[in-house]
Design a protein around this ligand. Structure first.
Ligand code: KIV
Ligand code: ZN
Length: 521
């Protein structure tokens, strides 16, 4: 795929490069399991993302495996693996993407004076030599090479132009000029692209790319400004997750371009009706909740509360809506099913929500749906999404909750009796605590001793009403890594136990050593 205009269109095509699985996953607590990464990659491909940055292959064996598997299965998108300007990194990235239908190596080096002096401890001339050497090495492995000037926005323009020139001469086909620290303003970012493209003699041989961080809340504005300066690729993530304040949000970039075609004469290949589903999947996989007022995909993005707004909406939706909820995949009515709904209706609903499950996954999800419908009068789309996402996320878990009973109330101490299955073995324990949640977590700690520290415990309701499912997020950290997991259940304590176990399972899948205690019953 190139960035030229699509046939019959007067608009320039902008390539969407998604880095949810690399820059997004890299941020504290957003760790995804392999299965979750594959699911996100499949959805990105299905929704028309042009380039999927699948990971950083040298970072760990897990990252290498994820990039290799994604490279093998993705049909349409280019699959990129990240590499520092180090020979071993580039070789590993090349190996990970080599089976892709469209492989790309993305290699980067810092170019700003502050990075050169303090991080790289190299001179400008040394870095220029590194660029030529590493881009040439990558180009000998695959044809499609992206080169990034890390901290480009704090790099003097003359030196930046020399670096870009060297990268293109060595064979880079995409030049990415990141605002690594989220420092630039839209005007500055646009001007930087314009200057580099005008001054580098062979600039027309490469596609220019924007990569913006959101430290000042300007990531999307800067990405759009870069288009005016001649960039034709935008690097972004679902829900804007990423290092520190995150990256430019894919859904915001896509909908800004789509909604404001009058002033932004560009188009993307993204099927916008899949944006809501993609946001929910990313949120479920990373367990990062989406803020209620988040543009495009937040729960309130299309809610109208004030009387004046509601009055206007009833008369003509365009009075207060600049895009329709349907255009981003929000279904009109969310009330769906109850305990009399059968398999066919459930299957239809899953298809409508964008899920395609294997027979086993479907059977598990259907059983959990029936169980939920028995306990809850109305089952909404949001309930089904929470249930299926949880099902997918826990399919490969080594520790599973079998049962939980709680004694709680004003006359403490509160007590939790818990039964778990750990690697197929059933174990049981009773523990007291300072409240029912504490007792529940103490029971888990007694059954599966571990050093992980609880960093976050958060509860909110999936829908409205007293029988709504509680959605609980738990973040644990161990060995310098933190993982987050989320679970939903009408019983807040069951959801709390599931979320805690989900996070423990994620730590386990990353090689943490946990030990099941207590003999089987
Ligand atoms: O923000 C950044 O500079 C990056 C590079 C690795 C492209 O993420
Ligand atoms: Zn970044």
């Amino acid at each position: 795929m190139t960035a030229s205009s699509a046939a019959g269109s007067s608009k320039d095509r902008v390539l969407i490069f998604d880095t949810t699985l690399r820059d997004g996953e890299q941020c504290p607590g957003a760790t995804m399991t392999l299965e979750e990464k594959l699911e996100v990659a499949d959805l990105l491909d299905a929704m028309g993302v042009d380039i999927i940055e699948a990971g950083f292959p040298i970072a760990s064996n897990g990252d290498f495996e994820a990039v290799s598997l994604i490279a093998k299965r993705i049909k349409n998108a280019t699959v990129a693996g990240l590499a520092r300007a180090i020979s071993a990194d580039i070789a590993r990235a090349g190996e990970a993407v080599r089976h892709a239908a469209r492989p790309r190596i993305h290699t980067f080096v810092s170019t700003s004076p502050i990075h050169l002096a303090h991080q790289m401890r190299k001179t400008e001339e040394e870095v220029l030599e590194i660029i030529t050497k590493t881009v040439t090495q990558a180009r000998n492995l695959v044809d499609n090479i992206e080169w990034s000037a890390m901290d480009a926005t704090r790099t003097p323009i003359d030196y930046l132009c020399r670096c870009v020139d060297a990268a293109i001469k060595a064979g880079a086909t995409t030049i990415n000029l990141p605002d690594t620290v989220g420092y630039a303003t839209p005007d500055e970012y646009r001007a930087m692209f314009k200057a580099v493209r005008e001054r580098v003699p062979n600039a027309d041989k490469a596609i220019f790319s924007a990569h913006c961080h959101n430290d000042l809340g300007l990531a999307v504005a800067n990405s759009l400004a870069a288009l005016e300066g001649g960039a034709r690729q935008i690097e972004c993530t679902l829900n804007g997750i990423g290092e520190r304040a995150g990256n430019a949000a894919l859904e915001e970039v896509v909908m800004a371009i789509k909604t404001r075609g009058d002033v932004l004469p560009y188009e993307t290949g993204i099927e916008a009706t899949m944006l809501t589903r993609a946001s929910k999947l990313a949120s479920a996989a990373t367990s990062f909740p989406v803020q209620y007022n988040k543009a495009i995909v937040g729960r309130n993005a299309f809610a109208h509360e004030s009387g004046i707004h509601q009055d206007g909406m009833l008369k003509n939706a365009q009075t207060y809506e600049i895009m329709t909820p349907e255009s981003v995949g929000v279904s009109k009515t969310s009330l769906v099913m109850g305990k009399h709904s059968g398999r066919a209706a459930f299957r239809n609903k899953l298809e409508e929500l964008g899920y395609s499950l294997s027979d086993n996954q479907f059977q598990d999800a259907f059983e959990r749906f029936k169980d939920l419908a028995d306990r809850k009068k109305h089952v909404y789309d949001e309930d089904i999404e929470a249930l299926v996402d949880q099902n997918i996320a826990t399919a490969h878990d080594r520790i599973k909750l079998v049962s939980l009973s709680i004694v709680a109330g004003t006359r403490g101490p509160q007590r939790a009796t818990m039964r778990l299955q750990v690697d197929g073995k059933t174990v049981i324990e009773e523990q007291e605590g300072n409240g029912p949640v504490d007792a529940t977590f103490n029971a888990i700690k007694a059954l599966v001793p571990h050093e992980a520290v609880l960093e976050l415990y958060q509860v909110h309701a999936v829908t409205e009403g007293t029988d709504a499912q509680a959605e609980v997020s738990v973040r644990l950290s161990a060995d310098g890594r933190s993982v987050t997991a989320r679970a939903a259940d009408p019983d807040t304590l069951v959801a709390s136990a599931q979320a805690y176990l989900g996070a423990l399972n994620k730590l386990l899948s990353r090689g943490a050593r946990l030990h099941a205690q207590h003999a089987a019953e």
